[in-house]
Design a protein. Sequence first.
Length: 704
Amino acid sequence: MRIRSKLLCLLLLVVLVPLCSLGWYAWRQTTQLGRQLADNVALELESAASKELAQTAEMFGENCAATLDMLETSLSLIAEESARRLTRRYPGNDERILFDTDFDAGTVPPEELVTIPADAEVLCSYEHLVFHMPPDLTWKEVRRETVALAGMLPVFKTIFARHKDIMAFGYVGLTSGLHTAYPGHGGYPADYDPRRRPWFQSAVAAGSITWSVMVDAVTRQVMGTMAKPVTSTDGTILGVAGLDIPMGSLFLSSDLSRTYTDRMRTMVLSLKKAETSDLVEPAILATRDYGQSTADWKAPVELERLSSPDKAALAEVMANLTGGRGGVRRLTVDGKDSLLGYSPIAGKDLAVALIVPREVVVAGAVRAEATVLAAVNRQMVQMGWLIGGAVLIVAILAYPTSRMVTRPVLDLAAAANRLAEGDFEARAPVRGRDELADLSRAFNNMAPHLLERLKLKGDVALAMEVQQHLLPHRPPDIEGLDVAAMSLYCDETGGDYFDFLEFAQEDSAHADIVVGDVTGHGLPAALFMATGRALLRGRAMDMPGPGNLLTEVNHLLSEDTHLSGRFITLFFLRLDHVAHEIIWCRAGHDPGILYDPGTNTFENLMGPGIPLGADPDWNYTESRRSWLTPGQMLLLYTDGIHEACDASGDMYGKDRIKKIMAENASAPATSVINALVADLREFKNGLPLEDDVTLVVIKAKAAA
């Protein structure tokens, strides 16, 4: 950005900051007022909704209590009348008896069939009972019971005449397996047996009225089932009577429920300790959400629980309900801030709960807040026009007065361009004593220092070129072996080193491979590496073995390093053609890794030894092993690879090196090195190397 533009920005700040601050203050105050009004309205709406919610919950509780009392009375009447008819003999007429197969076959005239409230797809007859026998039952075995229960039709008609809107089916299942139901219908599953249904088993086990939630075998709808044992005068259980209640029939409609439509959830909760978890989460016995069809009528219905992260608030609600008190509480349900209205059902271990999201209750306040904020935004648009006019005036005045500032800057830019073109004699004129004059003086002092830096950079580039020429340009040609090597430096130059000494001994019976690592990296490490390389190559012809050679080089190198504190770790490997063996000597370096793909095993080429230059009197010893067999692979490396770290600080590690070696066991030596480098770069994910990395791979080839 030019100085003129900066000056313009400065003047704009002087003008705009007060205007914007004033506008922001007015906007903030008006917005706070609008939100405060909205909050007050929201509180009023919430208070009114809470009162109405409490009244509705109480009304629903009273209705549920009356409905349940009526259902229990009806169920008791069915059970008692069934027991009376089963324990006495009644003359009957077999022609009045219809089985589910009769309904399925179309025996009942279509004009007598209607749909029940629970499901529009099931056709029933309110003029007939229906009987069903399990596959293992015969008509002869249950004829007397069937004739006796056929007389229950007037009882069912009387009960359902006024209450068919809250009852789907009434039925009696006997211990023999016979099942009769009203209104008459077909559609029974072939293997239906009332004795295996949960309503039958729970009533027999409890010996009293029970409440279950399950899938109806005919309609495939989730229903509430109230069941009671049918017993003789001596207490013998003859069967179980039951009523199926559609989930929605327990809930009334109120002004509040019409206001919130489908956003309000209505449910019946269980207050029994056996159905309440340790976290005080009551089971939901009835809710319209349960009323969904399912293909598997045998599958149990898993009851939901009223849960909330506000455990203390939910515990308080449960305490009030068990104490016979209703109320309203604000808490989070299903991840939404909600109002919970609740009321106990008198005389039952049940309660009614109504849940409405708070956002629905305070929707009017939100709309009012939006109206206020829209008015504030219109005010801010008008303020924007005022600020725009001020900006235009400042712009007209700023540019003519900026030249006195920009001229020294232009002179400095011209001098900088000359310097960039290579004129290190370029200087900027110094005018006055202000900050721009200080900048010109700093520029004039910079030019000589820049020239020195360029010379140093050239020297470093030359050192890098020299070091690259010191490394071997190609691997040795050794019969039966595939050799590849590579060095990566973290700076322009580095302290890693590898060499193939067999080039100096063309007629020898062995080839020497050396991998070394100088402490540190950069130019000092590169110079020290060159010294070590010169000593190794200079003494290689005179020393008969790797141990003697390293002992001699260590003695000579120690004379130069005892004051510097630097040293070299080295792995010297000799491939002896004649003896057909491998000889190596370690000078404090990481051991070589030998991989045998035939057995999928790894071996470390260990051996004693300390870094070169650490102790002038150290004598190095050699280690030996047999020649590599076809397929075996030997890796020599420096610690720069396995000690490399990613962004989290985790190290690359040797296990990862071994994994890449195993995956590329059949590839050439060059491909193995490329795979290791690629995996290292992926591990670093763009981060630079912390240390130099050198890799040498020696792989035994199969015989031609």
